[in-house]
Design a protein around this ligand. Structure first.
Ligand SMILES: Cc1cn([C@H]2C[C@H](O)[C@@H](COP(=O)(O)OP(=O)(O)O[C@H]3O[C@H](C)C(=O)[C@H](O)[C@H]3O)O2)c(=O)[nH]c1=O
Length: 198
């Protein structure tokens, strides 16, 4: 199994996406005959790169079957969450949708394959709905959140809203989903207070 290797002085590779505030972070992996070591998150090193977020809760979920869709979810203020998402086992297509009213990219989306092998992470800021579809059985997602779970602020957006047009590679008839997600409203009908600030 090949690992993306970096030299010691290189700790995290940061890439832009089509949504300016959504970033792909790839922490360095230091390989040897045993495998690899990686600092999957280092507050100070990210702050040096201008990414200074106070994460307070780590989440971890296992989806047993390929084709599981979780999302699109977000929390409204005062408990909106930034998320830093990675895949601990298997692979998934991670999706972020800009739901900030007035944003130049309102309703636009990006998708990135995150896997245990590629070590990529997606930074999903407040004001973006987040979801994923699993690409393998037994996929585990692990992510940091900048605010605590607040059920009263927890919202869902229809994952296959044609007005958004996310290319999931699966239809709801085949996807494994929660009842909450199957019943989620379209973007136009969403209880969504987010407003873009230039
Ligand atoms: C999110 C969350 C859930 N829970 C409890 C509530 C339910 O009893 C159970 C499953 O919750 P839910 O069905 O909302 O889990 P997911 O469908 O994986 O939701 C998550 O999936 C998408 C991809 C996200 O980005 C969100 O973090 C989150 O909404 O865990 C907690 O106790 N704490 C939490 O922070």
């Amino acid at each position: 199994m090949g690992y993306l290797l970096f030299s010691q002085e290189f700790f995290v590779h940061i890439e832009a996406t089509a949504l300016p505030d959504v970033l792909i972070l790839t922490p360095a992996r230091f390989g040897d005959s045993r495998g690899f070591f990686s600092e999957s998150w280092n507050k100070s090193r990210l702050a040096e790169q201008g990414i200074d977020i106070e994460f307070v809760q780590d989440n971890h979920s296992l989806s047993a079957a390929k084709g599981t869709v979780r999302g699109l979810h977000f929390q409204t203020p005062p408990h909106a969450q930034d998320k830093l998402v990675r895949c601990g086992r298997g692979a998934l297509l991670d999706v972020a949708v800009d739901i900030r009213h007035g944003s130049p990219t309102y309703g636009k989306w990006v998708s990135v394959e995150l896997s245990a092998d590629n070590g990529r992470q997606l930074l999903v800021p407040k004001g973006f709905a987040h979801g994923f579809v699993t690409l393998t059985d037994d996929t585990e997602i692990i992510y940091k959140c900048s605010d605590y779970y607040a059920p009263d602020c927890d919202r869902a957006l229809m994952f296959d809203d044609p007005a958004v047009g996310v290319e999931w590679g699966i239809h709801r008839e085949k996807a494994i989903m929660s009842d909450k997600d199957l019943a989620a409203p379209a973007l136009a009908d969403l209880d969504n207070p987010f407003v873009w600030v230039a």
